[in-house]
Design a protein around this ligand. Sequence first.
Ligand SMILES: [Zn+2]
Ligand SMILES: [Zn+2]
Length: 382
Amino acid sequence: MAAYSLSTDSTTNIPDYEYLDVNTKPFHIGSFREEWLSRLKAGNSSYRHEDDDTFDANFAKEMEVGVETMTELRSVCSVDSLRCHPEDQQPDTDVVPADSTLKTLEQRKKRQDYKASLKVTKNRHDLYADELERLTFGRKPGAEADLVPEGEVILSINVYYPATFEKFTYVRPHMTLLMTGSHTLAELRDAICCVSDLQVCGEFSNTPDMAPDFISKDHFKSAFFYFEGVFYNDMRFPECQDISITTIEWAKTRNFPSYSQAKMEDTRFVDLKVKVGFPYLYCHQGDCEHLVIITDVRLSHKDDCLDKKLYPLLTHKHRVTTQKCAVCHVFIGRWVTTNNQFAPSDPCLFCDKCFRMLHYDADGNKLGDFLAYPFVDRGAFN
Ligand SMILES: [Zn+2]
Ligand SMILES: [Zn+2]
């Protein structure tokens, strides 16, 4: 009886598809982790590398082969025996032979020729991304205390553009983050960068120097995540408000299933019940809404970045083209004007330098009639 109840309990912690290849049914992340750890052999989730002799011995035992067969296998399957040239020659591995008929080599040659035809091989963003990957792969922390513990859960999280951006809104993730099971939702919130948090509200044509003092993130700190019927509110600061209550009250009057609330700073990922692949919600600045999709939940591996301090780890950031100043076409727009007699269009975008040169005299006095609003380009995080 005990065995029976154990097996039924355990199956509820194993994610199963709700829609094939789209999303799973809801499951509890912490229990899923426990399930893996209880089923894996000791050492499977360990970061320690098994030495070659132990590996061979285990392999031989599992395959039921003797020492002699094992030695023969090792020499036959060795990389050194894979040759398509005489033993005494050592050809340059970067040069693809001209008469090659191997499909892989043909593909490689094609790629090499294409790369050689490009003027610029990689832009700085790609170089940065490569460098980031190189630095974090299997990275060990300086101090033992910063090591991601063995058997920790790693989640891949896609955060999408807010619905106000018409382009790319639903298709491309704005950013992809890796987080551990012990991170809180508040830490996810802090890792999400969105231009709405940087917007400066107000009209500043009379006092352009005053503008940067007011940033939305410092003033409107309320936000929530929504996962599986629960609104997780950010309540870390005294000025935070429960902005999910409007939706909850609205749903109550319309016979929706009831929703509950929790605090995002008290909720770790291992406490969550979620569907993998299912779109959830992050809402901040009142109505800036982002889709959040957890695409993977797995145990940590020795090749992961094992330095706790580098998490949440950004693995992908989508780039958008920046909107340039209407005058110089060089710098990113910092001001947007309306009702502006000097501007070629309405509204019109200016960089800080052109804006000031065109609209103010040498003493900083405003010239003419116009309205000016600080502008933060959505490519600000490129
Ligand atoms: Zn946003
Ligand atoms: Zn300019």
